[in-house]
Design a protein. Structure first.
Lengths: 89, 140
């Protein structure tokens, strides 16, 4: 039963990533692209966690945690740069 | 034949399906909704909730079916629940700032165009306090 659920989960997160990529390419504004990248990072964390369940190993969670942190810092850095013209003042 | 293992399997499967569904709804909203302020709403709620369900599925899977206790997942979900509103707020600020600058690619949301910035201070881009603006520390 978990195998079927995992297949559905991978398909849902993959389709979600494709939709985010569409928004990333289409735009129309810079803010839409930042939002699409932020959502893509969240969906990639989901794929990594599902991969950890599928493999039955806990080794990929450090990657997911790092991605969560780096994704947040990246989003805030983009926003700060557009607001202030500088990231660390 | 309903044992503890099959109940655990059912819980894990339900949480994975729920998480995938929420993530899909959030990303579909990102594509479907007409303006940025509405688009901001979909991924920051639905996708974060979906990821929370998948992380809970991972905790239950490793605890009930593998017998090992993991808390990395709760750390990730706590971190995401703290940071998702902050990044959404930053993106909304950038959007309002660029609307006030009349960038042609930014479309206003259902609330319409924001008010023009006051000459003294602009809340979206924090201006260092100077005489005569709120927060100038004179007479405090």
């Amino acid at each position: 039963m978990i195998a079927y659920a995992l297949t559905f989960g991978f398909a849902a997160f993959g389709l979600a990533l494709a939709l985010n990529l569409w928004r990333l390419i289409k735009g129309p504004g810079v803010t839409d692209r930042i939002l699409a990248l932020d959502t893509m990072v969240i969906n990639v964390i989901g794929v990594i966690v599902l991969g950890g369940i599928a493999n039955g190993s806990g080794t990929s969670f450090e990657a997911a945690l790092l991605l969560a942190m780096v994704g947040f810092v990246g989003t805030v850095a983009y926003a700060k740069f557009l607001l202030r013209g500088d990231i660390i003042e | 034949m309903i044992g503890g293992a099959s109940v655990a399997e059912a819980i894990v499967s339900l949480l994975i399906v729920l998480g995938g569904g929420f993530a899909l709804v959030g990303s579909w909203g990102l594509v479907r909704l007409p303006s940025l302020m509405e688009r901001l709403h979909a991924p920051t709620k639905a996708t974060t909730l979906g990821l929370g369900a998948v992380l809970a599925a991972s905790v239950v899977y490793f605890q009930l079916l593998q017998g090992t206790w993991t808390t990395h997942e709760l750390l990730i979900s706590a971190f995401l629940f703290l940071t998702a509103p902050i990044s959404a707020n930053m993106i909304a600020k950038v959007h309002l700032h660029r609307l006030q600058l009349k960038e042609p690619t930014e479309q206003a949301g259902p609330a319409g165009e924001p008010a023009p910035p006051s000459p003294a201070a602009n809340w979206a881009t924090h201006v260092a306090p100077h005489r005569g603006t709120p927060g100038d520390f004179e007479g405090d």
